[in-house]
Design a protein around this ligand. Structure first.
Ligand SMILES: Cc1ncc(C[n+]2csc(CCOP(=O)(O)OP(=O)(O)O)c2C)c(N)n1
Ligand code: SF4
Ligand SMILES: [Mg+2]
Length: 288
């Protein structure tokens, strides 16, 4: 079997703005999936609400689009039912760090074998650019010209504080590196978190490709960088100047949820194989 990028194409026309980073993210993901020889029928993707979530119409695979912030539990449920599928949760920074923050924490600590792609465009884009935790304090936003008064959340520091199985940062303007990161994330056995710094020319106008060229560096440029060290990872993200992209941290010793689950250890079937049809006629009779 040889999977082609075009196998993932959908007949729908995208509604993203010109220059939106979501085009590159989808192109890169489809290329990676075809290179990994994962066919659309071997993949499950959950999608969130938002511009990122509109990508559900743009890929031909098994997919489910849920409520805002709930993409991760949908992916977890699908993964727990059937580990034969490659499972990816797609989500925006708003859904991931506001409505659904708890799900990110529990997916990482449980270490489900899924990949989480966070489209971080530093705003609630679909609802016309309100501030998220990724938006700097006091940055003027649509409907809030003086910006938000609260501090923002240090995303890498927060994710690293959970000692994840895999944390990488990509930039939507660097397709080659983004594809390499997606490949490693999908191949990693455990919960892989990929934060994608996503261009949003409509509501994050300061984050331009020119700014990115000046301020983003690939981690491979750092001599002797060891992604197996949590200390190295913390040091590299502490100032965010420059912003490093690449595999920031990997904990190869962390068992996955299923590996820690004694009751399923010798099971040859997946939960989905064990679903039975129950005849409830007798039970209904009892209540008559
Ligand atoms: C529980 C809930 N809160 C708020 C909304 C309204 N809403 C829909 S899309 C959206 C913005 C999404 O932002 P983000 O998750 O960052 O995705 P983006 O559009 O930036 O890709 C919001 C606030 C909603 N649909 N459901
Ligand atoms: S508003 Fe931003 S994230 Fe949404 S489609 Fe336009 S450029 Fe992309
Ligand atoms: Mg967003």
């Amino acid at each position: 079997m040889s999977v082609k990028i075009t196998d993932y194409n959908s007949p729908n026309t995208p509604t993203w703005c010109p220059g939106c980073g979501n085009y590159a993210i989808h192109a890169s993901l489809k290329k990676t999936l075809s290179e990994l020889n994962i066919s659309p029928s071997e993949l499950f993707m959950s999608f969130d609400i938002g511009c990122n979530g509109n990508g559900a119409d743009m890929i031909n695979t098994y997919a489910f689009k849920g409520l805002h912030g709930r993409s991760i539990p949908l992916a977890v449920g699908a993964h727990l039912a059937n580990r034969r599928m490659t499972t990816i949760a797609d989500i925006g920074d708003g859904g991931c760090f506001h409505e659904g923050l708890d799900h990110l924490v529990h997916a990482i600590r449980s270490n489900y074998n899924i990949t989480i792609l966070i489209h971080n465009n530093a705003n609630f884009a679909l609802t016309t650019g309100q501030a998220t935790v990724s938006t700097p304090k006091r940055k003027p936003m649509y409907g809030l010209p003086e910006g938000i008064p609260e501090r923002n959340l240090d995303v890498p520091e927060f994710i690293l504080s959970l000692d994840p199985s895999f944390y990488a940062r990509a930039y939507s303007g660097n397709l080659i590196q983004m594809g390499e990161i997606f490949k490693s994330a999908i191949e990693n056995k455990g919960c892989s978190v990929v934060e994608i710094l996503q261009l949003c020319p409509s509501y994050n106008k300061e984050f331009t490709p020119q700014w990115a060229n000046e301020n983003i560096k690939e981690i491979k440029e750092v001599e002797n960088y060891n992604a197996d060290s949590l200390e190295n990872a913390r040091d590299i993200v502490v100032n965010n100047s420059p912003l490093y992209t690449g595999i920031i941290y990997r904990n190869k010793n962390l068992p996955t949820f299923y590996d820690s689950l004694d009751s399923r250890k010798n099971s040859l079937t997946e939960l989905v194989d064990e679903v039975k049809v129950h005849d409830i006629k007798k039970l209904l009779k009892y209540f008559e």
